[in-house]
Design a protein around this ligand. Structure first.
Ligand code: PHE
Length: 343
């Protein structure tokens, strides 16, 4: 090839190289040891001596021009490649992120834990039991003998003559008393599911959660019960809450009381939640009946104790303004997710 042609075709080839690889091929074709320029240098031998320096100079010029063109094209292609890559790697910071869905606790579990924490702080132990229970622990040891009318207060699911689904967590108490008798002081809190033959509606469920507390020792009085439940009322419904006792009846406590807390919605003034009374009934309680202590193995007649039992659903419903007890059980995510903010 003539030097002139090398120059023209070289520049042309560089211009049309569309990738860095192709550009490199052009470099090899023109500038390598076997490339066009090296070959054209070979022609120098056949030239007369006086023409050699000029020819050499021209070859060098062509070489330099090709090198410059190669360098420019290389930079151009590199830049284009970089831009292309940047387009692909681009991060759109305004795009919505991936949402991580975290679970939330059922409000019943939250309330149960909160009650457990409060009583643990006061030195109670948490004790659980079986949902299938003997009549003996559910009724007899709770001072409710066979055929006693008090059994009618709790519609029971019987499995057979002696076995039933526990109707109250008092069954855990009677077992705990038997287990620990005659040691004192006994301070336990017993959460658990209980069952009653109720027709389900907005305020009744055949299955619900109770929490019962029990203290046995020397010199335990109704005043201790009141002090303890007063703290309980404040912890559940706010520091300004006060409680009151109303006489009531349970077979396993004597005396028995119904416990009301001043309404947390209207501050006791009267509203629809407290049915204009200013008070809301939250639990049943009393001094443990001497028969219950004796039957469990506490022979020392100077010992006394108090017990109380609260429905966890009822407390959660009051605290969070939930109107239908069934909301707790149907596992509607929209319902449960609302309680994240309370954790
Ligand atoms: N066991 C009673 C109930 O189910 C509640 C209660 C417990 C009352 C302890 C007094 C003492 O209604």
């Amino acid at each position: 090839m003539e030097l002139k042609d090398i120059m023209n075709s070289g520049i042309e080839a560089i211009k049309s190289a569309s990738t860095l690889d192709k550009l490199n091929d052009v470099r090899i074709e023109y500038l390598s040891k076997k490339g066009h320029l090296t070959q054209v240098m070979g022609q120098m031998k056949s030239l007369p001596n006086e023409e050699k320096p000029l020819f050499g100079k021209k070859v060098n010029e062509v070489k330099q021009e090709i090198e410059v063109a190669l360098k420019e094209k290389q930079e151009e292609l590199q830049e284009a490649q970089l831009l292309e890559q940047m387009k692909e790697d681009k991060i759109d910071v305004s795009m919505p992120g991936v949402q991580f869905v975290s679970g939330s606790q059922n409000p019943l579990v939250m309330i149960q834990r909160e009650i457990e924490d409060l009583f643990r702080e006061m030195g109670y132990s948490v004790v659980e039991g079986d949902e299938i229970e003997l009549d003996l622990y559910n009724f007899e040891r709770a001072n409710i003998p066979q055929d006693h009318p008090a059994r009618e207060m709790q519609d029971t699911f019987y499995i057979d003559e002696h076995t039933l689904l526990r109707t109250h967590t008092t069954a855990i108490q009677t077992r705990t008393l038997e287990h620990f008798a005659p040691s004192i002081p006994l301070k336990v809190i017993c959460p658990g599911k209980v069952y009653r033959r109720d027709d389900d509606d907005a305020t009744h469920s055949h299955q619900f959660v109770q929490m019962e507390g029990l203290v046995v020792g020397h010199g335990i009085t109704l005043a201790d019960l009141k002090g303890t439940l007063s703290l309980f009322g404040k912890r559940m419904f706010g520091d300004k809450r006060v409680i009151r006792f109303r006489p009531s009846y349970f077979q396993f406590t004597e005396p028995s009381v119904e416990v009301d807390v001043s309404c947390h919605i209207c501050d006791g003034k009267g509203c629809s939640v407290c049915k204009q009374t200013g008070w809301i009934e939250i639990l049943g309680a009393g001094m443990v009946h001497p028969n219950v202590l004796k039957d469990a193995g506490y022979e020392d007649e100077t010992l006394t104790g108090f017990a109380f039992g609260a429905g966890v659903e009822r407390i959660a419903m009051l605290k969070y303004g939930i109107e239908d007890i069934r909301s707790f059980y149907i596992n509607d995510k929209r319902f449960i997710e609302q309680f994240k903010r309370f954790e």
